[in-house]
Design a protein around this ligand. Structure first.
Ligand SMILES: [Mg+2]
Length: 305
């Protein structure tokens, strides 16, 4: 592909990534160098550092594009730093879920990465912003906020799906369904006990498609409210979501919008954004349309329904 003059800022999070993921990141950097690109690798020290590196690259006229090797949290911080710059972003997914990368049609297989890079398909990516904090994929409130809090308290570096099991089981046992009020584009759509998800992509952890109609470049956020007051109802929602018939259920509200305001009369309602602990309530979420330009595969865009 034809890249304008300039170096490639290559951001690697050494903490997020399996051994295989790290190998791919190195191999892809070598591939770029072997093809004549000036690759400048920066290893990240913290999430703040990730955003700083991306912001610096965004402002540097000599930087032609940015590559990031990391999980969904690392990719989010890079996207935040690049917002509005017009710089292209190549994702080398090496986290546990890699939800955004999957939605874009890339993977951590080396051959696939080379294909995506050489084909050179670029798409606009919207971002969500929740109380000033960006997210690329999904924000959740209630149950999954509790699960993420439990995981983050114990987390040291890379985690696998197994790390989620105990916190999920504990949360199923202890969770109290909060009272929440949801206002979408200035209209109250819900006031009662439930769980809320807001996002930009259709994929969610463990392969669920909660926001099944979400499109990452349509300038809208998808919202799904599960009315839920008991564990039995929660399990029913879960089963319907597995079979992707939840959006039409009587006790589910599904909308697309530009802004959402969520408040709660319950105490200690936790939130998560892209798998990390999120802001406290009340929370105001808005979409930033066309925020970042990302490499996608020909088969990217919407997940197959
Ligand atoms: Mg969208």
């Amino acid at each position: 592909m034809n890249l304008a003059q300039g170096y490639i800022e290559y951001i690697i999070n050494p903490k997020s990534g399996s051994v295989i993921g790290k190998g791919t990141a190195k191999k892809f950097a070598n591939y770029l160098r072997n093809n004549g690109y000036d690759v400048r690798v920066d290893k990240t020290k913290s999430m703040e550092h990730v955003c700083q590196l991306a912001t610096k690259a965004a402002m540097d006229a000599d930087c032609s594009m940015v590559a990031v090797a990391g999980g969904d949290g690392t990719v989010r911080e890079v996207a935040h730093g690049l917002e509005g710059s017009g710089k292209r972003l190549m994702i080398i997914p090496s986290g546990t879920e890699n939800l955004l990368a999957k939605e874009l049609g890339t993977s951590n297989a080396f051959k696939r990465l080379v294909e995506v890079f050489e084909d050179g398909f670029i798409s606009e990516l919207d971002l969500g912003i929740a109380n000033g904090r960006c997210f690329t994929s999904i924000a959740g409130l209630g149950f999954d906020g509790d699960v993420i809090k439990k995981i983050s308290e114990k987390r040291k570096g890379h985690i696998t799906h197994l790390h989620y099991l105990q916190p999920i089981l504990q949360t199923v046992r202890d969770h109290e369904f909060p009272n929440i009020r949801v206002i979408v584009d200035d209209e109250e759509i819900f006031n009662g006990q439930g769980e809320v998800f807001v996002g930009n992509i259709s994929r969610y952890a463990t392969g669920l498609r909660i926001l099944r109609d979400a499109d990452f470049s349509d300038g809208l956020l998808d919202v799904c409210v599960y009315k839920c007051a008991s564990r039995i109802q929660f399990v029913k929602h879960y089963i319907k979501t597995i079979f992707r018939v939840h959006a039409h259920a009587d006790d589910v509200i599904y909308r697309q919008c530009k802004k959402i305001y969520i408040s709660s009369s319950s105490k200690n309602v936790r939130t998560q954004i892209d798998g990390d602990p999120g802001p406290e309530l009340p929370i105001k979420i808005e979409v930033i349309p066309n925020a970042v330009r990302v490499f996608v595969s020909k088969s990217g865009k919407r997940a197959e329904l």
